[in-house]
Design a protein around this ligand. Structure first.
Ligand SMILES: Nc1ncnc2c1ncn2[C@@H]1O[C@H](COP(=O)(O)OP(=O)(O)OP(=O)(O)O)[C@@H](O)[C@H]1O
Ligand SMILES: [Mg+2]
Length: 240
């Protein structure tokens, strides 16, 4: 479904991605992990068009997408959430989702249809009762679910989640895990970036580990987490 070929991303003198090659197959939940600064968000930003790779290629459903603008990539079926939620803070919860529905995969729908779809997505994520409130009334957990509702409203086939559980309490994390499984069951392929290892290993069908902009391991969660390179990347080389 998605293939990144030898993707390199430089920021001035910093090489954030040093030749990343990964493939995501339809139906997977791929856990993308790695220490702070290893390049996870940068990879997501390159896939979604927020930044352009310095070199390398990214194919989605057989088409080259590297360097395309974010809205075009979104229209092709890739949506993402941001590590820090970015709602339109002067709008209501429903209006935020409505905007996404209007500009997502099903372009050309009416405002009325977009409103209806927004109501349905808020129902899906359990935020219906907040629909008419300003987004400023939502707590962090609800804001993260709003992010998710906005991403889903663009009708993606591939969803990239960047740390949707950071800062949540244990019961909110459990709810988020259930929600991600529900989204996956609805037919969406998922790439999840997450620091909570217990969560990401239980959710992922496959894991990819980045360290200093390179893939250092990939495979089944239980195998990957025992890999000496991965243990070394997280705990320091002495532990490996
Ligand atoms: N816009 C930017 N300008 C300069 N350097 C950047 C920029 N974005 C990322 N970097 C650098 O690229 C490297 C990878 O950063 P990135 O945010 O992708 O890491 P990450 O794996 O998402 O980390 P975290 O787990 O902390 O979110 C880091 O060294 C970071 O400082
Ligand atoms: Mg990040």
């Amino acid at each position: 479904m998605l293939t990144c070929h030898n993707v390199i991303k430089d920021f001035g003198g910093v090489r954030a991605l040093a030749g990343v090659t990964i493939t995501v197959h339809e139906g997977e939940i791929v856990g993308l992990v790695g220490p702070n600064g290893s390049g996870k968000s940068t990879l997501i930003n390159n896939i979604t068009g927020l930044t352009v790779p310095t070199a390398g290629g990214i194919q989605f459903l057989g088409q080259e997408i590297a360097g395309n603008p974010p809205h075009r990539i979104n229209h092709m079926g890739i949506a993402r959430t941001y590590q820090i939620p970015r709602p339109f803070s002067t709008m209501t919860v429903r209006e935020n989702v409505e905007i996404s529905a209007l500009f997502g995969m099903t372009q050309g729908i009416s405002q009325k249809e977009a409103k209806q779809q927004a109501i349905e997505w808020l129902d899906f994520t359990g935020l219906s009762s907040y629909a008419n409130l300003p987004v400023t009334k939502l707590n962090l957990h609800q804001r993260k679910f709003l992010e998710l509702s906005r991403a889903l409203a663009t009708k993606p086939s591939l969803l990239l989640l960047d740390e949707v559980m950071a800062g949540l309490n244990p019961s909110e994390i459990d709810e988020s895990v259930k929600m991600i499984r529900k989204v996956h069951s609805s037919g969406v392929t998922i790439v999840i970036v997450e620091h909570l290892m217990r969560v990401v290993t239980s959710l992922s069908t496959r894991m990819v580990v980045l360290d200093q902009g390179r893939v250092i391991a990939e495979g089944l969660p239980e195998t990957v987490m025992k890999d000496p390179l991965v243990v070394g990347a997280y705990l320091g080389k002495d532990y490996a």
